[in-house]
Design a protein around this ligand. Sequence first.
Ligand code: AMP
Length: 422
Amino acid sequence: MQLEKINAVRGTKDIYGENIKIWHKIEDEIKKLAYSFSLHEIRTPILEYTDVFKRAIGKETDIVSKEMFEIERKSRNLCLRPENTAGVVRSVVEHSLHREGPKRFFYIGPMFRAERPQKGRYRQFHQLGIEIFGDKSVYADFDVIYFNVRLLEILGIDNYSLKINSVGCPECKPEYIEKLKEFYKDKKQNMCENCQTRYDSNVMRILDCKNETCKTINNSAPSILDSLCENCSNHLKSLEAMLGNVAVKFEIDTSIVRGLDYYSKTAFEIQLSQLGAQSAVCGGGRYDKLVSYFSPKLDVPAVGAAIGIERLIMAIEAKKSYVAEPNFLDYYIVVDASVDKAGLVLIMLEIRNRGYSCLMNNGSKNVGKQFKEASKNNAKNVLIFGEEEINNGTISIKNMKEGSQKTLDLESFFNSLEGKNI
Ligand code: AMP
């Protein structure tokens, strides 16, 4: 019987080899940058109750209505998280973390959306997210945006376009929604099917529709900037001034409304044109009311953003701004057929204990083949244990790059290994 081949699920990826090094590089830079911004890591479960997202993101959004990997259970349905702001908010409320004063978090991890896979759009993808709780000042919005801009710069991606907008607050948003409904009332029959649904479910989302006819109609839609209350308007102006102060280029784009219901005031996106159709690399904004969706008495302002790691990597690869080093092995032990390997295991472990990578030949008796094995492993040094070395308590070390060889007694060899910065 022939077994059916089992591959990775469409829209998911195995990450290994040279590729994993870009991930490590990005993760290292994120951790350093997060430390300098005093953002601390939070790890929440990948598996959450579906209600977490229904409550936070809204049942009518594409993510909840169409894109969740949901697991039906007798009691309460579970799902693989499609994003992580909702999970972090759930955690903050569950553990009353807001009580300890402003909280500044970051996370990196996989998210899952049942989308049609295409370039830059996967079913399992990874996000770096940052979330700041308990800070209603515009400084927090600035920090969230500047963190992402800085990360792009550090990774050598400088051709980003940052678009910011304000989506208003419960004071001014309802009036704007009324204006939009009035504007689209006699136009919606000419718009795409999605927009016709959005007219009732979330009319502001019509503004970021990519359909050409809808885009043309949207060009003459009322601007939210004319409807913002004084507070929201000042918030946006202060943010513009702060970004201007540090020479971050941005444009105000009133079509940036973000797909999710929970935003208020600042909404922003960072786009990279080189990514093609999926040009958004980062999106976020303020969500002052989201905590209250989980606990109505709580008033904890918050602001955050998520950046897609796969799209970051596509940009890094396009720019060739990072070249991964191949894997090296510090020491490969070549063993003469006459030598008992059991004792050499101890030497191998001593080398490893000092923080160096070390492998020993396990199979071939032929010394020539063992050297080939060492080269395949990119060994920097080969340690040779022949009969002579064993009899004299010495070790011969061949530097593979230079081709030079020296013989040391074991003690001198181990002394020469000290001082490795692990
Ligand atoms: P969102 O949570 O939809 O605002 O997405 C934030 C960022 O996550 C986007 O700007 C993308 O970089 C990334 N992203 C969202 N959905 C996907 C996906 N299906 N595949 C790959 N990256 C994604």
